[in-house]
Write a protein that binds this ligand. Structure first.
Ligand SMILES: [Zn+2]
Length: 388
């Protein structure tokens, strides 16, 4: 069994230990010491990083009471080595793990539920509860969690004796046996946990819920604490400030600014639609009504526009209509025919040009690549009249 120094002092960063074993493995070297400050991945908390006897510690795992340090270089058995944990990484995990305890304590008490999942990811902390948490409760929950921070609530670690433990009300994911490590955060939370925690809640800085969704009949929360919460706020604030600058409003008012912009956009779209129809009708009015075949070219048409224009032309002439517009590369087209030969015409088109498309006897749409003049000549040769 490795002696777990991190259990008793989460703030110590340097220690010395004796190498017991060193085994080469696929992911590096597996080093076991007599004692360690390196926290192994477990209980939702990732392992520590740092250095050990000059080697980089890439991962830390626990197996059968032994802490295994995965390093990038071998260390000789029997050697006394100095280990140093990456404090920035450790403190980030302490801030977030302690913040999670306080918030989970508040939530489990309020909704009479359990914390059924916990994962500290690189980006966010995920906590699952077996209760429905209404979205509108989020500001209150954040307020309560942060109140514990403002009160600088102490987080105390203890290993109570069995009879004391039996009387204690504490949260636990597993039915525990043997020595139990209890983390008490004032009246906010009491939980069995093996993780590393801050001494005073003030060190957490802030608890922020950044995501809430229904999950397996309960609720999944995404939270950020401490430096991560500040980083999130800075990112969101910068984005809001940029949007505000573009809209000429304060960052806090971008919601109203965007709503106004959408309204203006909808009005312009309506107006544009009206004008488009005017132009279409004007164009169709001039077409003959004698079964003629019409070729229309108009840049900037959507697929829907082309179909509408082609249908309107057909309605008027009763013949065939080919509507073309500039595509991303080449042309897009809609070809319709009252004579039910659009598909046959498209087949001829495919022989003469690089052309992709499909449809029914009465209507075909697709893409066409080639010189505009040559395409026009193709249709002129088949009795089509160019109508602008
Ligand atoms: Zn914990």
């Amino acid at each position: 069994m490795t002696e777990k120094l991190y259990y008793y002092n989460a703030y110590r960063t340097v220690f010395e230990g004796i190498v017991r074993t060193c085994r080469k493995s696929r992911d590096g070297y597996h080093i076991v010491l007599n004692q360690t400050l390196f926290y192994p991945e477990g209980g939702g908390q990732p392992g520590d990083m740092g250095s050990l006897g000059g080697a980089a510690v890439l991962d830390v795992q626990e197996k059968d009471g032994e802490v295994i340090h995965v390093t990038d270089a071998p260390l000789e058995a029997g050697l006394q080595v100095k280990g140093e944990i990456d404090w920035a990484h450790r403190f980030d995990l302490m801030q977030n793990h302690s913040g999670e305890h306080i918030l989970s304590g508040i939530i489990c008490k309020k909704y009479g539920c359990d914390n059924v999942g916990f994962h500290m990811g690189r980006e966010r902390i995920i906590i699952d509860f077996n209760a429905q948490i209404p979205r509108e409760d989020v500001p209150w929950l954040e307020g309560e969690g942060n109140r514990a921070i403002w009160e600088n609530t102490p987080l105390e670690i203890s290993f109570p004796a069995q009879e004391q433990l039996e009387r204690l009300e504490y949260r636990s994911k597993l039915a525990l046996s043997g020595e139990v490590r209890i983390v008490q955060a004032g009246a906010y939370d009491c939980c069995a946990c093996c993780g590393t925690h801050v001494k005073l809640a003030g060190e957490i800085g802030m608890i922020k819920i950044v995501g809430i969704q229904n999950y397996k009949g309960g609720t999944r929360l995404e939270i950020l604490c401490g430096k991560r919460a500040l980083g999130y706020f800075q990112k969101i604030h910068e984005a809001a400030a940029q949007v505000g600058k573009a809209l000429s409003v304060q960052a806090e008012q971008i919601d109203g600014g965007v709503q106004k912009l959408f309204k203006e956009r909808d009005m312009l779209l309506q107006e544009g639609k009206k004008w488009k129809w005017e132009v279409f009708h004007h164009r169709i009015e001039k077409l003959p009504a004698d079964g003629e075949n019409i070729l229309i070219f108009e840049p900037g048409l959507s697929g829907k526009d082309m179909t509408s224009l082609a249908d309107m032309a057909l309605e008027k002439t009763g013949g065939r209509a080919m509507v073309m517009t500039m595509g991303e590369n080449g042309f897009s087209f809609v070809l319709v025919s009252r004579k039910m030969d659009a598909k046959a015409l498209a087949e001829e088109l495919k022989k003469a040009f690089d052309c992709k498309g499909g449809g029914k006897e009465g209507a075909v749409q697709g893409k066409l690549f080639g010189a505009k003049e040559e395409i026009f000549s193709f249709f002129e040769a088949r009795g089509f009249h160019f109508a602008g």
